[in-house]
Design a protein around this ligand. Structure first.
Ligand code: NAD
Length: 287
């Protein structure tokens, strides 16, 4: 039976430390401030922004809340981001994705000043992450949280076989780069990989970020491996009080008896993400 990596408890500990760090900055007259930019009326995006605001406020950080409606143009959005770049009271800038249809997301992400790019998604920060021996201004929050969860297992990553399922810019690719920097031997699998399971079966470390409910099952895992399940999937379940339940990309029931360590969904990677974002804002303010 696997050891459960309790992301909720680990994130709580980190938040206690970050609350102290925020208090120290406030005592020095610096209010660590995150600016968020929300475009349009996507309710899911609004929920994510609200969650980030709530966490910031709880820990003593300041917020600048920018909203553009459905009539906004690319130029309007660029003007907002540029003004935030120029505002010395703003330490971190986060543009909530997705943008409106027709807007150029890459251009907006790259417009954010690298030293305020607390999501770490801009080409400069990603490039620095990819290059050996270079240090990005910020690590993307979810991958950084995953590395902390791996550290909590106490298992050394050097020389281990790591397999990442998924190659997105926000999770799969950056986590693979971080594992490589931690001296693991990394394989990235994706939707065109012929036989994902054949790779997984030799992996000491498995990170699954595919967005496919219960894609990875226990028979695909090497006994004793570490499994980090990033997926968050809502599946219909008439028996559940809300009519649905949340499952990961890993089938918990079969994986938990094979793995050595495993993150639950919910309560694994999720709680780490906003925590690491706040750490980035404090780091920016401290600089
Ligand atoms: P994405 O859709 O951008 O990327 C999914 C990746 O998985 C792609 O590279 C695709 O090639 C790969 N993939 C899809 N099906 C596959 C299959 N059958 N076999 C192998 N590879 C396959 O998704 P994302 O943004 O990286 O997010 C992935 C999951 O992680 C989602 O469920 C998302 O909700 C979740 N997520 C959670 C957090 C968190 O904080 N908990 C943060 C980000 C994403």
């Amino acid at each position: 039976m696997a050891n459960i990596i309790d992301g909720k408890a680990i994130a709580k500990q980190i938040r206690t430390r970050l609350t102290d760090e925020a208090a120290q900055l406030l005592a020095q007259g610096v209010t660590p401030t995150l600016a968020t930019v929300l475009v349009g009326d996507n309710s899911e995006s609004a929920t994510y922004v609200r969650m980030k605001h709530r966490a910031c406020t709880k820990m003593g950080l300041g917020i600048v809340d920018k909203r553009l409606d459905n009539t906004a143009t690319q130029a309007d959005l660029e003007a907002v981001v540029q003004a935030l770049n120029d505002d010395p009271a703003v330490h971190g800038i986060l543009v909530q994705m997705p943008l409106l249809a027709g807007m150029d997301e890459d251009r907006i992400i790259d417009l954010i000043a690298p030293e305020k790019d607390v999501d770490g998604f801009g080409a400069i920060n990603m490039g620095l992450l990819a290059q050996r021996g270079r240090t990005p201004h910020f690590l993307p929050a979810t991958p950084a949280g995953i590395m902390l969860l791996l550290a909590e297992t106490g298992v050394a990553l050097r020389g281990k076989e790591a397999v990442v399922v998924g190659r997105s810019n926000i999770v799969g690719m950056p986590v693979a780069l971080l594992l490589k920097e931690a001296d693991a031997t990394v394989t990235i699998t994706h939707s065109h990989t012929a036989d994902v399971a054949s790779h997984l079966r030799r992996a000491d470390i498995v990170v699954v970020a595919a967005g496919q409910p219960e894609l990875v099952t226990g028979d695909m895992l090497k006994p004793g491996c570490i499994v980090i399940d990033v997926g968050v999937n809502y599946v219909d379940d008439p028996a559940a009080p809300k009519g649905y339940r949340i499952v990961g990309d890993v089938e918990w029931g079969s994986a938990v008896s094979v793995a050595g360590f495993i993150t639950p969904v919910p309560g694994g990677v999720g709680p780490m993400t906003i925590t690491m974002l706040i750490e980035n804002v404090l780091m920016a303010a401290g600089r």
